[in-house]
Write a protein that binds this ligand. Structure first.
Ligand SMILES: [Zn+2]
Length: 440
């Protein structure tokens, strides 16, 4: 699922594009350092997205002064790596303003008998596939007679002569877990993350500000519309708030569920970190996304053997947005959400070992139970249980942890991680810990 804001009329779009153009001319404040692939963020807050387009989910934000490493540039978007190993994208032209998240909301229909879908907006670019007449595609934007579209979960291009803009987008993204407007029954309360947060009349930054909310305010959740929540405050006033300025920490259910007395009765969501276009931490022989999938699949079989209801956020090399991962957990009312990752640092061989992260205070018990087990017979050092501001934990209303099971750019860790014995150790430790957690 990708979430979208509304741009109801073409006029709004023109105004929006004019604003972007104005901002890009006047306040372009990204400093590209000549000697290395680093940009320094000069604005107060910048959205980092899961893909190179405004329609992708916001995964996190970075604040002014922070330096981010650029992996590559693609169609005016920077693919970047954050300090916590997350990969994201930032629009080069949006650096310098805080609130832009408006997304293209248009649908295009292929008007030619057959149209080539290309990796870039020119005739020499690689053909990714063909679309036949009548195929509907999400349109991101158009420039120089080329239309940028979403195609099989990636950004692609088609000649503008071969596609007609036909309608407002409904719910047409291939990975569909939630409709555009829905009611998430696992959410009741939204907590405002910063002072003076705008509550608007509609689900877009183009809508007027009705009132402001203070840091720590609890808002009553009504429904979800794209990247926005419809809310009611304590005075009974309703409005819309952007999902990246609130968190769901007020919704934590006490864990474990009272009616579960053993692991076999539980629903466990296993989240193999990264995947598809997001390789995670790079390594000489394999990427993080491969390592996480291997561990996740082995853990899944182990739990299934024990009769556990297992849900995997991915079971192949697919890109799944962070938002979808949390959503899967929330919708399934998971009794535990286990996100599997492998770490890396800027400097190789700097750190070694495993770390267990939690975000919500209520999840500390689950984190400590798992980490305790990971300390037994671990061939690698154990770095303990820590607070971590990870999207899949923060936006999760279910008991959730994120495990970093070793450093891919540490020579010792890397030689250990992929061995059958280490994989068995990791799987067995998590299994035992969950057993203890649900029977205590
Ligand atoms: Zn990772």
């Amino acid at each position: 699922m990708k979430k979208f804001n509304k741009l109801k009329q073409p006029r709004n779009l023109i105004v929006f594009l004019a604003i972007i153009l104005f901002i890009s001319i006047t306040t372009f404040s990204t400093l590209v350092l000549a000697n290395q692939n680093t940009i320094k963020v000069d604005a107060s807050v910048v959205n980092i997205r899961t893909g190179p387009g405004l329609s992708y989910d916001i995964m996190t934000q970075v604040v002014g002064g922070e330096k981010i490493n650029i992996i590559k540039e693609e169609n005016e978007w920077y693919k970047i790596r954050l300090s916590n190993d997350q990969i994201g994208w930032v629009a080069s032209w949006l650096i310098g303003n805080t609130e832009f998240s408006a997304a293209s909301n248009k649908l295009g229909t292929i008007s030619a008998e057959s149209a080539n879908i290309r990796s870039e907006g020119n005739l020499d670019a690689t053909i990714l596939g063909k679309a036949t007449k009548g195929t509907e595609l999400t349109v991101l934007f158009q420039q120089n007679n080329w239309t940028q579209i979403q195609y099989n979960g990636q950004v692609a291009w088609v000649s503008s002569d071969l596609i007609e803009i036909t309608a407002e987008k409904k719910s047409i993204i291939p990975i569909v877990y939630s409709p555009k407007t829905n009611e998430d029954t696992s959410i009741e309360i939204l907590t405002v993350r910063s002072e003076g947060t705008n509550i608007r009349s509609g689900p877009s930054v183009n809508e007027s500000v009705l009132f402001k909310a203070s840091k720590g305010d609890n808002l009553t959740y009504i429904s979800t519309e794209g990247e926005w929540y419809k809310i009611k405050n304590s005075k009974g006033q309703t409005g819309y708030v952007a999902n990246w300025v609130v968190d769901l920490s007020g919704n934590q259910t006490a864990a474990p569920s009272a009616n579960i007395s053993s692991l076999s009765e539980a629903t466990i969501v296993i989240d193999a970190g990264h995947g598809g276009e997001d390789p995670g931490a790079p390594a000489s022989s394999y990427n993080e996304k491969q390592a996480t999938l291997k561990t996740a699949m082995a853990l899944s079989s182990r739990l299934k053997q024990a009769g556990v209801n297992v849900i995997l956020t991915r079971n192949s090399d697919d890109f799944v947005s962070l938002n979808d991962r949390a959503y899967i957990s929330n919708q399934a009312s998971a009794d535990a959400f286990i996100s599997i990752h492998y770490d890396s640092t800027e400097i190789p061989n700097e750190i070694s070992g495993t770390t267990t992260y939690y975000y919500h205070e209520n999840d500390k018990n689950l984190a400590e139970t798992i980490n305790k087990q990971l300390q037994i017979n671990n061939p690698l050092p154990n770095n303990g249980t820590r607070f971590g501001d990870y999207y899949v934990l923060r936006e999760n209303t279910r008991p959730s942890v994120l495990l970093e099971l070793g450093y891919l750019n540490n020579t010792v860790d890397q030689a250990t991680i992929y061995t059958d014995s280490y994989q068995a150790f990791a799987v067995e430790s998590i299994y035992q810990a969950l057993n203890n957690y649900f029977s205590s």
